[in-house]
Design a binder for this molecule. Structure first.
Ligand SMILES: C[S@@+](CC[C@H](N)C(=O)[O-])C[C@H]1O[C@@H](n2cnc3c(N)ncnc32)[C@H](O)[C@@H]1O
Length: 208
């Protein structure tokens, strides 16, 4: 049961997947609130949320970008369906577009987005470095990449609520320092990180 639950965070499927997506939309709200506190957005930005899960981040971005366009991408067909349903009105108005895909091979042209977000998802990327390279490719020069993770530091001590996931699937858990260095090495500029003082969440913002 724990394994199925863990796998549904990584790649939501079936009834349990639907339930997990529903829960994540709710449980990740505080992390998304914290992320938005730090983001300066232009009303007409073109944004992409990678690993969009249940679609809540897309919905919030679309509200803040009335003259822009928001894309969502996820590896899981169920996440894509859930996100489309969550954003139905904007999908019908063509202000939101959600597609299936892997961060390692983004189905978008280069120099395309002003903002790319990755909330609670980098842990599961099979090839994080390849994913970051793809993010860099599709960002416009001056565009921003934002990573937000509930997991803090180097993952040596997983918070209790995460331990069952860590036992079942291998997670990518870089420290803030290592992640910052990795992004700089790949060619991102002005990489900044922040830890939440109370919960130890990690926020990284990097510019192309
Ligand atoms: C824990 S959920 C987070 C969902 C959402 N961002 C949120 O905060 O509620 C992780 C999501 O990342 C997606 N994912 C995992 N690996 C991915 C990859 N390589 N490319 C795109 N999406 C991926 C999963 O399918 C899942 O929907």
């Amino acid at each position: 049961m724990m394994k199925r639950l863990a796998l549904n965070y990584q790649n939501p499927k079936g009834v349990l997947g639907n339930l997990t997506l529903h829960k994540m939309n709710h449980h990740h709200k505080p992390l998304m609130d914290w992320t938005f506190q730090k983001l300066a957005l232009r009303f007409d930005s073109k944004a992409l949320d990678i690993g969009c899960g249940g679609g809540k981040m897309i919905k919030r971005l679309a509200k803040l970008l009335p003259y822009g366009k928001v894309y969502g991408l996820d590896l899981s067909p169920l996440s894509v369906r859930h996100s489309k349903w969550e954003n139905l009105r904007n999908v019908r108005r063509h202000t939101v577009k959600i597609v299936e895909g892997d961060v390692c091979k983004l189905p978008f042209k280069s120099n395309n987005f002003d903002l790319i977000t990755a909330i609670e998802t980098i842990y599961y990327w099979q090839e994080p470095e390849r994913g970051f390279q793809e993010v860099l490719r599709v960002l416009k020069p001056g565009g921003k990449f934002v990573i937000a993770c509930e997991l803090s530091e180097n993952g040596k001590t997983l918070p209790k609520k995460w331990s069952h996931i860590g036992e079942e699937v291998s997670l990518y858990l870089p420290s803030a320092k290592d992640l910052k260095q990795k992004l700089l090495d790949l060619g991102f500029l002005c990489v900044q990180s922040k830890m939440h003082s109370k919960y130890g969440w990690l926020y990284v913002i990097a510019e192309k």
